[in-house]
Structure formats: structure tokens, C-alpha cells
Design a protein around this ligand. Structure first.
Ligand code: GLU
Ligand code: MG
Length: 450
């Protein structure tokens, strides 16, 4: 039974919740927020709160490029909270959270809204008898912060080290408590390879659930890191010397209850439709990169032999392949794909909207899936495998040329994203790699430490 917003608000009040943070994620990948009293939930759902369309012209550093089509003072949109996705944020302090979608004043959905795009793709997938389950892995650096200085790793301990878990025991405990208090189902937490780097894998759900969970998890991780006097960085490359942070996306697809990535005659048990959707994703990867790796600094992460997978190949259990198939096995784990190139600059609604669109279109296509690659593609002779775009400019050109994405997203969304990409390319063109890293090393703190 779905509660009415008024009944929901009163049941949340009984649980001690008082305030509602309504977030959405703009074209630059930054979460933006407005807060209302929970007592006003009904109005937040029905009429929403005001948001100027210019917020999608904000760049990764918060500036507005005057050439962006949305860099205008006119108009207003209504950000409406989605009550079905309402969740605790920091319940002990009275905070609840809901994702929002922006609507026009005339009651029409706003065509460039990111979550609306993801929702539409989810509905179209479901109408075609398909279900997609997805979950993100988040990697982040925990660092001591001083304005003007590079992030200094806050915690000693080796790669995947239990020593680091013990060094950071209070942090890890507080973090997992906060994650669970926020109602976030998770699968795994560990110290990652890089100094003071951690990883959390979120449990799979629908595309909207996966994107919503990523947004909420980042807020919780940011909050807990601050409580310890540290800062977290989700920057794809918080320092030039150390490994980067990924935001890998895992997903599986079923048709009429049948998994498409296993139980077939193809390599590693891929079914014929599974091969089709993989072939389409592989072909569209350069265009998808503009959404999966949307910051200038994203491309500084994508070095070979660092498990960030910058080659246009797929592989079975190959961590250097941009699309990694994890096949089903005797242990009963269901087969799924991992998009390894993506980072946490990505707007998860756009990324998952596009992945769902490509999966659906892919199943209607007739492509030939190349064989999987094993081993490190960087060790192969030059030209034997294609490198993915090495810059946002190249990825954006592929995004502009993708008929599938252009048609599926619609001109308002696709075109305004192209403007945002052009603004990010212009911003980074002025900066050396060192300056790019320094300018976004505290991502998602827009503009750095100020
Ligand atoms: N940190 C690596 C990246 O940038 C990923 C390491 C891993 O495979 O988990 O994507
Ligand atoms: Mg990892």
C-alpha cells in the first residue's frame, strides 16, 4: 500500500524525522539541494520547490559559461520530491532525503531533467519485458585538508590492508553505521589499493534505485569524513601520482525472468540477446564516455594498467577491459557486466538512463560481438585494440555523433549536455594537468575548499 504524502509525513514525524533534503544532480554531476520541513512534504511532492534552469549551466567549478544555452536568467522549474524514493539521511539528527525531478510550471515534465530521463528509460525497458538490476561501487580518498595544499592521505595502511581497517577502525565503524542508518543496502566495504582509499559496493536495485543510492551514499560518506575532521574526495584523480577513484557500474538484464548474460551458447554462456546488448554497449562506449567520465580530470585517471580500463574491449573477468563480464559459475552468482571506465563525476541518472537506452536498442540490433580480450590490452602492439577517447573533447564528439543517444535523450537534454561538455573542455584547456587535478581534487566539493 502506498501512503499518501500526508500520511507518510506523519509516520516519518513519529520516527523523529523533521527535515527533508531534496536533491537532484546537475549536468556537471554535482548534487544540488533544497530543504523543506517534512510537514510540507505534500506540497514538495505536488507543487515542488523552485529551481532556475540555469543550474544545469553550472560548471564543475560552479562557474557559468556564458556560451551555455541555459545561461539565462529567465524561467523557473519546480523540483518535485519523489515520495516513493524517500529515505532516511541522518535520522538521529532528524534528516530525511528524497530525490527530485524538475517539472515545468505548466505541469509538463522538464525535458532536460536527468532523473526523468532515467525513469523514462526504465519504463520503456519494462514495457519491452526487460528488467535491469544495477549497483555502483564507490571509491574515495580520505584526506587531511588544508586550503591550497594537495590532499594528504589521512590513514596509513597497505592496499586492501587489514592494517588500514584497524588504523581507521572508528571511521569505518561510524561510516557503516551511518550507511545503514540511511537505509542503504551494501555488499562490501574495503580499503582499496591507493593510500587512504576506500571502497563501498552498494546492493543492486532498479536503475532509479541504484542512482538514488549512489547520491545518498556520497552524502553520507562526505558527512562522516567531516565528522572526523577529514575530507573525502571522489575525484577521478585526486593526485597525479596515485591511482584514481572509479565509480564502476555493475548491471544484469533479464527478459521475462530469464537472465540474458548467462545460460546461452556464446562465450562464457552469453545468450544471443546478451551478445547483442554487449556489442551495442561496446560500439557506443566512446559516446557513453562523455557521461561516464564527464570531467576534464576524468581522462587523467584513464591510464593503461591501472584497472581503469581505457580500451574499447570487453573481457571475461578482465579488469583492464572497459566492459568486464563476470560470468555465472558453480557458486550460483548470477552473471553481470561491469562498466569499469566510469567515475564518480558521472551523473548516475544520465549514465543509467543511457545504459538502459543502449540495452533496449541493442536487443533490436544485429551486431557482431568481437571476441573477448584476455590479458593487458596495453601490452598488445599499437593499433590492435582501440583506445577509448583520451579527452573529454573526443568523448563529446562521439556523444554528439551518437544517433542512438541523440534520439533517445531528445534535443533538450542531449544538446544542453553538449554545451556543458564544451564548457568543461574550455575550462580545462586553460589548465595544465597539475592545475586540473588541483582544481577538482576535492570533488564533489565544487570549487575546492574555497
Ligand atoms: N581504482 C581503479 C579505478 O580507477 C579501480 C580499481 C578496481 O578495480 O577496483 O577505476
Ligand atoms: Mg575498486
Amino acid at each position: 500500500m502506498t501512503l499518501s504524502p500526508a500520511a507518510l509525513a506523519s509516520s516519518l514525524a513519529d520516527q523523529g524525522l523533521r527535515w527533508l533534503a531534496i536533491t537532484w544532480v546537475n549536468h556537471a554531476g554535482a548534487p544540488l539541494v533544497k530543504v523543506v520541513p517534512l510537514a510540507h512534504l505534500e506540497a514538495a511532492v505536488r507543487t515542488g520547490v523552485g529551481f532556475s534552469p540555469v543550474a544545469d549551466a553550472f560548471g564543475a567549478d560552479g562557474s557559468i559559461d556564458p556560451a551555455h544555452r541555459l545561461a539565462v536568467p529567465d524561467g523557473d522549474l519546480r523540483l518535485k520530491a519523489d515520495p516513493a524514493a524517500l529515505a532516511p539521511l541522518a535520522p538521529a539528527r532528524g534528516w530525511a532525503w528524497a530525490p527530485g525531478e524538475r517539472w515545468q510550471r505548466n505541469g509538463e515534465p522538464y525535458a532536460a531533467d536527468q532523473r526523468h530521463f532515467c525513469r523514462r528509460q526504465q519504463q520503456e525497458l519494462e514495457a519491452a519485458g526487460l528488467t535491469l538490476q544495477a549497483g555502483f561501487e564507490l571509491e574515495w580518498l580520505v584526506a587531511e585538508a588544508e586550503p591550497g595544499a594537495a590532499p594528504r592521505p589521512a590513514m596509513p595502511g597497505g592496499p586492501y590492508g587489514a592494517d588500514r581497517l584497524v588504523e581507521g577502525f572508528d571511521y569505518a565503524t561510524a561510516l557503516l553505521e551511518a550507511i545503514e542508518a540511511a537505509g542503504l543496502p551494501w555488499l562490501q566495504f574495503h580499503p582499496e589499493y591507493g593510500a587512504s582509499q576506500f571502497e563501498l559496493s552498494l546492493a543492486p536495485g532498479t536503475a532509479l534505485e541504484a542512482a538514488d543510492r549512489l547520491v545518498r551514499a556520497r552524502l553520507v560518506i562526505q558527512r562522516v569524513s567531516r565528522r572526523f575532521g577529514w575530507r573525502c574526495s571522489f575525484s577521478p584523480k585526486p593526485s597525479l601520482e596515485r591511482v584514481g577513484d572509479g565509480g564502476h557500474l555493475h548491471f544484469s538484464v533479464q527478459r521475462a525472468g530469464q537472465p540474458l548474460l548467462q545460460g546461452g551458447e556464446g562465450v562464457a554462456g552469453l545468450s544471443e540477446p546478451g551478445q547483442q546488448l554487449l556489442a551495442t554497449l561496446l560500439e557506443e562506449l566512446p559516446a557513453l564516455m562523455a557521461l561516464a567520465c564527464p570531467l576534464g580530470v576524468s581522462y587523467l585517471r584513464l591510464g593503461p594498467s591501472s584497472w581503469s580500463a581505457p580500451f574499447q574491449v570487453w573481457g571475461v573477468e578482465n579488469r583492464e577491459a572497459a566492459l568486464r563480464l563476470i560470468p555465472s559459475a558453480a557458486d550460483g552468482v548470477a552473471a553481470h557486466l561491469e562498466l569499469k571506465v566510469s567515475d564518480l563525476g558521472a551523473n548516475p541518472y544520465l549514465l543509467l538512463g543511457a545504459v538502459q537506452l543502449l540495452v533496449r536498442q541493442g536487443l533490436a540490433g544485429q551486431r557482431t560481438l568481437p571476441p573477448p580480450l584476455s590479458g593487458d590490452p596495453a601490452a598488445l602492439p599499437l593499433g590492435q585494440v582501440s583506445r577509448l577517447p583520451g579527452s573529454l573533447e573526443q568523448a563529446s564528439a562521439a556523444f554528439a555523433a551518437s544517433a542512438l543517444l541523440r534520439q533517445g535523450m531528445g534535443e533538450a537534454l542531449h544538446g544542453s549536455l553538449l554545451d556543458s561538455q564544451a564548457a568543461e573542455v574550455r575550462r580545462c584547456a586553460q589548465l595544465t594537468p597539475e592545475q586540473q587535478v588541483a582544481a577538482s581534487c576535492w570533488w564533489p566539493l565544487v570549487g575546492g575548499l574555497g
